[in-house]
Design a protein around this ligand. Structure first.
Ligand SMILES: Cc1cc2nc3c(=O)[nH]c(=O)nc-3n(C[C@H](O)[C@H](O)[C@H](O)COP(=O)(O)O)c2cc1C
Length: 352
C-alpha cells in the first residue's frame, strides 16, 4: 500500500482520530440565515462522516454578530442559542466515530461591508417578519463576494446602500478593502481585547455543544492572518512590527481558550505559511515560507495541538483555493517544511 499510515489511528492532543483523512473547512451556504446549524448542514456533515473521514472541520464560523458577519447563510457561534443546533450535528457525526472541530473566524478586510452595517437591523426585522431573510437576499442579490462580481449588483449597492455602509475592521489603516475598494478602519486596543473575548467565548460554546475541538482561521487573508502578515500589519504598537508582536493576538486568543476550555480541548490553527506575493510581482513582501515555519514553531510553543498548513490570501487567492488546473499536491512542500520543524500533527490540503 502506498500510504500505509492513512487508515491508522492517531491522536490530536488527547482526542483519538480513527484515521488520517481530514475534511478541511468549506463554507457551503447551508446554515440557517440566522447562523444556526440547519437540517441540510447537519445532514451534509453526517454524510461526510458516513463517508469515513476521521475528522471534519466545519466551515468558517463567525464569532460576533457585528463585524464578523461576512456572507449569507454562514455558521455562527456568537451566542448561546447556537449551542443546541450544533450539538445535534455533533451527535450525528459522532455516531460514525468521526470527530468534529469548529473553525472560528473573523474576516477583517475581506468583509463585504454591507454585512456589518445592516446585520443588527436585519436580525430584528427577521424576528418580526419570518420571511424577511428571503426577501433581503433576493433584493440584495445575496451580497456575497460572487454577487459583487455582478456590475448591476455593485451599482445597486453603491446607489442605495452607501449611506448604510460600515467599514471593515483591520489591524491598521492600510488602504481599503481589496473587495471593491470598500472602507476599512484600524482596530483600537479595546476592540482587540473585545475580539479576543469573542473568540474565547465562541470556543467555550463549541465545547459545550460536545464538539471535539476548535480551529482558529489564521489563513487565506482573514483578520488573524492580517495581524500575522507584515504586508497588512503596519501597526507600531505591541500588536505590530516584530514577529512576536504580530503573533501576540493569536497567542492571547490561544491562552484564553486554554483557560476557558482546559488542556484536553484541542486547538488547531490554520496558517498561511506563504502568501506568494512574489507571484503577483511583490517579491519578498508578506509572509514567506521561512517566516511561516517560524510562526508554526511559535504556535507549537504556545501549546496548540495541530497545525493546518495552507497558503495565500485574497491578493493571491488562487494559492489558497486553487483551480484544478494546478498540479496535484503542488504545495505539499509547505506542509513538509512545517512538519520537519514541529512535533505536533500537521494537516495538508492541496489538491490531494
Ligand atoms: C467552496 C469552498 C469553501 C471553502 N471555505 C473555506 C473555509 O471556510 N475555511 C477554510 O479554511 N478554507 C476554506 N476553503 C478551502 C479548503 O478548505 C481547501 O483548503 C481548498 O479547497 C484546497 O484543498 P483541496 O484541494 O483539498 O480542496 C474552501 C474551499 C472551497 C472550495
Amino acid at each position: 500500500m502506498k500510504y500505509p499510515n492513512l487508515f491508522t489511528s492517531m491522536n490530536i492532543g488527547s482526542v483519538p482520530i480513527k484515521n488520517r483523512a481530514v475534511m478541511t473547512a468549506m463554507c457551503v451556504g447551508l446554515a440557517n440565515h440566522d447562523g444556526s446549524v440547519s437540517e441540510p448542514l447537519a445532514a451534509y456533515y453526517e454524510e461526510r462522516a458516513r463517508g469515513g473521514a476521521g475528522l471534519i472541520i466545519t466551515e468558517c464560523t463567525r464569532i460576533n454578530e457585528d463585524d464578523a458577519v461576512s456572507h449569507s447563510s454562514m455558521l455562527s457561534m456568537s451566542h448561546d442559542r447556537y449551542i443546541a443546533p450544533l450539538k445535534d450535528a455533533v451527535d450525528r457525526v459522532h455516531a460514525y466515530g468521526t470527530k468534529l472541530f469548529v473553525q472560528l473566524f473573523h474576516p477583517g478586510r475581506q468583509n463585504v461591508v454591507m454585512f456589518p452595517a445592516l446585520w443588527r437591523f436585519n436580525e430584528r426585522m427577521a424576528r418580526i417578519f419570518p420571511r424577511y431573510w428571503d426577501l433581503f437576499f433576493k433584493i440584495t442579490g445575496g451580497f456575497d463576494e460572487s454577487a459583487m462580481d455582478d456590475p448591476k449588483t455593485v451599482k445597486r449597492m453603491r446607489r442605495y446602500m452607501k449611506p448604510l455602509l460600515a467599514p471593515s475592521d483591520v489591524p491598521c489603516g492600510l488602504g481599503v478593502n481589496p473587495i471593491r475598494n470598500q472602507a476599512t478602519k484600524a482596530m483600537t486596543i479595546p476592540q482587540i481585547k473585545t475580539l479576543i473575548g469573542q473568540f474565547v467565548a465562541a470556543a467555550g460554546r463549541v465545547q459545550k455543544a460536545g464538539a471535539d475541538g476548535v480551529e482558529l482561521h489564521a489563513a487565506h487573508g482573514y483578520l488573524l492572518q492580517q495581524f500575522l502578515s507584515p504586508y497588512t500589519n503596519r501597526r507600531e504598537d505591541e500588536y505590530g512590527g516584530t514577529l512576536e508582536n504580530r503573533m501576540r493576538l493569536l497567542k492571547e486568543i490561544i491562552d484564553g481558550i486554554r483557560k476557558e476550555c482546559g488542556k484536553d480541548f484541542p486547538i488547531s490553527v490554520r496558517l498561511s505559511v506563504e502568501e506568494y506575493y512574489d507571484m503577483i510581482g511583490y517579491a519578498g513582501q508578506g509572509i514567506v515560507l521561512e517566516e511561516g515555519v517560524k510562526m508554526a514553531k511559535c504556535l507549537e510553543s504556545f501549546g496548540i495541538d495541530v497545525l493546518n498548513v495552507s497558503s495565500g490570501n485574497y491578493d493571491t487567492a488562487q494559492t489558497s483555493c486553487e483551480p484544478v488546473s494546478f498540479a496535484q499536491g503542488w504545495r505539499k512542500y509547505l506542509a513538509k517544511a512545517v512538519k520537519d520543524e514541529v512535533r505536533i500533527p500537521v494537516i495538508a490540503a492541496n489538491l490531494i
